[in-house]
Design a protein around this ligand. Sequence first.
Ligand code: CP
Length: 324
Amino acid sequence: QRHLISAADLTRDDAVLILDTAEEMARVADRPIKKLPTLRGRTVVNLFFEDSTRTRISFEAAEKRLSADVINFTAKGSSVSKGESLKDTAQTLEAMGVDAVVIRHGASGAPYRLATSGWIDAAVINAGDGTHQHPTQALLDAFTMRRRLVGRDAGLGQDLDGKRITIVGDILHGRVARSNVDLLHTLGAQVTLVAPPTLLPVGVETWPCEVSYDLDSTLPKSDAVMMLRVQRERMNAAFFPTEREYSRRYGLDGDRMARMPEHAIVMHPGPMVRGMEITAEVADSDRCTAIEQVANGVSIRMAVLYLLLGGNEPAVTHSRTEEK
Ligand code: CP
């Protein structure tokens, strides 16, 4: 049984296969009928123990576009609130015959536990676990960078060799930062983290990236700048940085964006806190790919589901007119 638990588990070939398959899937979105029969008869459960807008909805859209049967589970309103464990919840769903479990959980390691415990036979896809990993986010970010920085028409198999990516903000609590560092390193990009020392994890010096405390000097050397939200829900209130101080040193506004090279893009995984890490002027500018990232998330999640569950059938068959 294959799973997707961590971006660090992906080889370069794995990652490029997912990105190339997502390009094929994106072409389905351009069709009048945006649906493939690939996962007909397969059941996928979306098991969300933490809140989500983008990930939950885009997994559901991806599953439906591949014709899977979809079961949505959120901890709120379920028997989890009565104390039911992850094991019992998972086995209850398994008894209903699921082929894949997409799980978001507040505890780092919960998807790994589900995949390796023997509690269930289904494929497990990590949709974000604690401060650990969010592999499909890293994949959709890489897909967005590849399209914007390498070029959609450059052909399949292109990667991010030598691209300079700056990730700014709450690295300590950010599973997005960790997943992106792992995947971007695998794809040959050079990553720089910019954050206040209090929002960097212990051991960050062993990560395959540079660390800086100076955003202004890093921006002119960046091909993409990824802004991250300060995750207050994972922090003791006593350690909140003040909004004013944080945005003065680490927020991206129009003046700072002007320091970036002309071709460089601004990324944000969402949800954004406008006025804190990013101003409305930047968030709404043509250089910000936040909405594009959401759309690309559907293609990436279709690709991951297809590669884990779809067997050897070709993902997409194109008509001769489409191939021209
Ligand atoms: N980027 C992301 O994971 O957003 P959601 O929390 O809304 O899913």
